[in-house]
Design a protein around this ligand. Structure first.
Ligand code: S3P
Length: 431
């Protein structure tokens, strides 16, 4: 038997790493970025910015970005390859749209099945010219212009990527752009812009809606950026410690943005012994340490109103639910259908193979906890989805490595050091 013990510094946050690169490329002057997450997704954004004429170099542990301003992208001489990364595609489509250049965006198989019209419909309304594959998908061609119109956008489906794409476009639009989001989503773009001295007006409407206003064109002066640890990456080890007897871990330097740590509240409600200690603020984001130890978890109901703040953590929350006493119901998971894999399907497929009682109706998922006593190896399909592969790697601690997970390479999409970090925390348990 194994347990998780010790303290660990988690790698940099993926969402902030993308934004740090893009916003420093759109600043005037030189930015030093420290603790950038060097995952496949983030490197896609970095390479695309280089294809758009931005000089980016690595110096020891830091990345140095030589920004060209909000109207500074140069027409690329090749297609911009976003690989597996939805954040790269959606944010970069927004960023280039208000520059007078033509760009072609392409992606891998999974990304080519994910909707891009959720961004481009807004951009077409304000004057960008876009040609999509089958009206919704990559490959797409966009002809941007520095004459896009300032307008009010209403975002119906919760999406931080769509919101961020429109904010990035607005940086080079003459006049007031207003963005209304009906459901609050992660706000790293807004926070980083404020840290960089940009005036972003944010009005909360009834605590569930936001109105974001920017008056462009905006000149951003470069400022060095430090990236805090990724709470979504931390969530795997937090759940690992909660479900594995005799475990206790401390995860350090974790970004504690309220829109990203809702999973901790949920796990506490399930009976998880978790402590959070705020230590400092980095580039507009609260940062601190998380302690988690083995706990007897119980099933709970998770309402759909929390789903935008839990979007990346449902796979690992499902693992927690599978080891809790009783039934957990997760409501309103519609958006999980459109991630790197159809995550509802990926979870159900593997749980059924493990004999875990799982049901789905109208995108609500219910899971009955079950102690796993496997006699033989069981194949797990990752569906090439990094968060599915990592979630089942955590369950594998309890299954004494009997889960044979295919394509674990995909973990490098968001957390290249995951295996190394897991090995570091794993200790032999005498009990
Ligand atoms: C992200 C937003 C979320 C999330 C993704 C990263 C971001 O997607 O799932 O991993 O960095 O803006 P949506 O905005 O599409 O929900």
């Amino acid at each position: 038997m194994f347990k998780l013990k010790g303290s660990l510094l988690i790698s940099g946050d993926k969402s902030i790493s993308h934004r740090a690169l893009i916003l420093s490329a759109m600043s005037i002057g030189k930015t030093r970025i420290s603790n950038l997450l060097e995952s496949d997704d983030v490197i896609r954004t970095l390479n695309i910015l280089q294809n758009l004429g931005i000089k980016i170099i690595k110096n020891k542990k830091e990345w140095i970005v030589f920004g060209n301003g909000t109207n500074g992208f140069i027409e690329p001489d090749r297609a911009l390859n976003c690989g597996n990364s939805g954040t790269t595609a959606r944010l970069m489509i927004g960023a280039v749209s208000s520059n007078p250049i033509n760009c072609t965006f392409v992606g891998d198989n999974s990304l080519s099945k994910r909707s891009m019209s959720r961004v481009t419909l807004h951009l077409e309304k304000i004057g960008a010219n876009v040609q999509l594959t089958n009206k919704d998908y990559l490959p797409l061609m966009i002809s941007g212009t520095d004459q896009l119109l300032p307008m009010t956008h209403k975002i119906q489906k919760a999406s931080a990527q769509v919101k961020s794409a429109l904010i990035l476009a607005a940086l080079n639009i003459h006049g007031k752009t207003r963005i209304i989001e009906n459901v609050l989503t992660r706000d790293h773009t807004e926070r980083l812009l404020k840290f960089l001295g940009v005036k972003v007006n944010i009005k909360k409407i009834n605590n569930i809606r936001n109105e974001i206003e920017l008056n462009g064109p905006i000149e951003i002066k470069s400022k060095n950026i430090e990236v805090a640890g990724d709470p979504s990456s931390a969530s795997f080890f937090v759940v690992g410690a909660l479900i594995t007897p005799n475990s206790k871990i401390i995860l350090k330097n974790i970004m504690l943005n309220p829109s990203r740590i809702a999973f901790l509240k949920i796990l506490k409600k399930m009976g998880g012994k978790i402590k959070i200690k705020k230590t400092k603020k980095i580039c507009g984001e609260e940062v601190g340490n998380i302690t988690a130890e083995y706990s007897k978890l119980k099933g709970i109901k998770i309402p759909s109103s929390s789903s935008a703040f839990l979007i990346d953590e449902y796979p690992i929350l499902s693992i927690a639910a599978s080891q809790a006493k009783g039934k957990t119901v997760m409501k309103g998971l519609n958006e999980l259908r459109y991630k790197e894999s159809d995550r509802i399907r990926s979870i159900i497929y593997n749980f059924k193979n493990l004999g875990i009682d799982v049901h789905e109706k109208n995108n609500n998922l219910s899971i009955n906890g079950k102690k796993l006593e496997l006699e033989k190896s069981i194949k797990i399909k990752s569906f090439d989805d990094h968060r599915i592969a990592m979630s089942f790697s955590i369950l594998n601690i309890l299954c004494q490595n009997k889960l044979k997970i295919d394509n674990q390479k995909c973990i490098a999409i968001s957390y290249p050091d995951f295996k190394k970090h897991l090995k570091f925390l794993l200790k032999k348990s005498n009990a």
